[in-house]
Design a binder for this molecule. Sequence first.
Ligand code: ADP
Ligand code: ZN
Ligand code: ZN
Length: 751
Amino acid sequence: MIAEVILNSNAKQLNRVFDYKIPETLASKIKIGSRVFVPFSNRKEPEEGFVVNIKENSEYKLKEIVKADETEYINEKNINLSKWMARRYFCNVSDCIKLMLPPGTTTKIIENRVKEKNASFVYLKKDAEDIEEAIENKKIKSEKQIRALQFLLENEGVIVTDLEMFADVTRSVLNTLKKNGYIEIIEKQVERNPFVNKNIKKDKDLILTEEQQNAYDTICEAIDDHLFSEFLLFGITGSGKTEVYLQLIENILKQGKTSIMLVPEISLTPQTVDRFISRFGEEKIAILHSKLSVGERYDQWNKIREGKAKIVIGARSAIFAPVSDLGIIIIDEEHDVSYKSETTPRYHTKEVARYLAKENNVPLVLGSATPDLDSYYRTQKQETTLLELNKRANNARLPNVEIVDLRQELQEGNKTMISGKLHKAIKENIENKKQTILFLNRRGFSTFVMCRDCGNTIKCKNCDITLTYHASTKKLKCHYCGYEISMVKECPECHSKNIKHFGAGTQKLEEQIKLLFPEAKTIRMDIDTVSKKNSHEKILNQFKNENIDILIGTQMVVKGHHFPNVTLVGVIAADSSLNLDDFKANEKTFQLLTQVAGRAGRENMPGKVIIQTYNPDNFSIECSKKQDYKLFYNTEILIRKQLKYPPFCDIIVIGINSENEQEGNRITKNLHTYLKNRVLQENLGIILYKGMPAPIDKIKNKYRFRIIIKCKFDDSMIGIINDVLSEYQKMKESKNIKNRVIIDLNPNNLM
Ligand code: ADP
Ligand code: ZN
Ligand code: ZN
């Protein structure tokens, strides 16, 4: 017998099958999906690969498979999904297979792992980019060191013994890496059980409201029909969507089947998970997200694979959990951008979920208070069934939203970040022992530093991005590449000492709040305060339990948390997301403001929201004041239609990155010319834009160009893009400058 094998490599030219003979001795072991080792070209060691097909004959003279795994990790269905994804998202099949393998096994599959209570964790000490560069430039030569680093690049915070096993290295290799400043080793308690220290009360089903019951019944009919169907559960914040999910999952559980419940990475806090544990108990639940250690993820993965966990709760990649008896897929906060992968493979979780739900004849339920415009549009075209929850489940009233015009504040001489109205409301709240959340979509102390004499702003030398001032370290930092310098005392251009901070971030806001309300206890949550495992949860718990008056934060405070005592939410500047160079700017602003507003007055106390803005007349701000999604949708969908933007077309971005500006420009021009000729010759009905530098035209010393196409994404378009990629392969053969071409289908943004 002959096996078709895909090598585990991300090299484009290896993205095809190779035929190998299956030796007699391995015949019983090898199936579609088996992991095998094969001789390849003139490489010394056998290469790892996966069997994607088995057949009788081959036209070539063949080498034999050397070795095969006992355990079957993936199956034919996984292979088919991988092929489908590779085609749709223009990546290698092996890139997709990796998403479905047990965590940590891309380097080596381990069966029996050591369990420990206290352990040393290994963290990378340098940026991923620097490490990749050191490997590429042969600054690090040792295979073993490279293996260890590559493993760490994929898995943050690994226990030393795990790393030794998974990457197959010895302690002395790690010691060398430590000595050379690549890694650090930190002593910490092991939490192999992510549910550790949980003492959760058992809780029972609530009696559903009429709206909830109607949604539940409609979805249950689909479950009973054993047919694929898609639902959009559109319910304002606090309308009881989660209760509907819980009861649906209970129904699936009774049938002995497994549910996949996806939530955005950032809201995968124990608060969310607790609600599921208290309903179903932790034995039946597995959780998967990137903050777990690789060992924990491995255990959770196994629990699912062995069929012990019947409820999988996780972020984006949990859609690939090894479930064999799928009963339902639920995607909460379905509008969240984290459902689109921004690295290879650049997949859309909803599309993969749809594929799996169809394959298994089960329902797909999307839930949101502010649905993705595309999801709502699908309900209008009857592709998705719309289920609405218009009332708050526990009769809590929607908060009262007020808009404050910051231009007027400025005219009246208020130079702080807090308007008169917001100031008064915060003061009242502190006196009444109620809690306040202040939201600002910028971290750092102030966004940028500018010379008041010549107008020069201080930018990153690698990225052409304005540097951000961080007060705690007194440094200017680039948010893209991590480049940092000490705060400048004079303008590098004109040497004036008249340097001023402009704009304001969360740190500065916290400082002002402490000055304005010295009696208040505050806590701040942003990327800078949330980094090591669990500290996200710690901050939220502290806020909830320790009489803290004010939580100051970025984006992170927005997602699905439930704080009964929060009655006031202040949005410091609603404009930051409006000024993006992006057709989704209005949608993002509306979603963000509505989600923030939803944090106020979740129980019987009325909530108040104050939105400060320089653009009080913008319709997305007006609609969020009214908390009126449909009004927003009806306005925005017309604009999209007129300007021909999604959902009325698909957008493909061909991104060209190059070390060399001229070279990047040349490739971009050539690819554009190639496409233009095809469009003209074949009369293709697509809109092709000229190749251009990207809005952020340099990141980490790579020049960035892009070609944007508006089209209907279908088989013929896939063919055309693949032709473009072959053109590129031909073009770059002559040069030894490093370039990269990335295809992104319907990306989150066009930056
Ligand atoms: P959402 O997921 O839509 O934001 P939740 O499911 O978190 O809403 O519900 C908000 C609050 O209402 C929670 O405190 C929840 O316990 C409560 N709740 C939900 N459904 C019901 C119900 N049928 N009866 C009483 N309270 C409910
Ligand atoms: Zn100057
Ligand atoms: Zn930079």
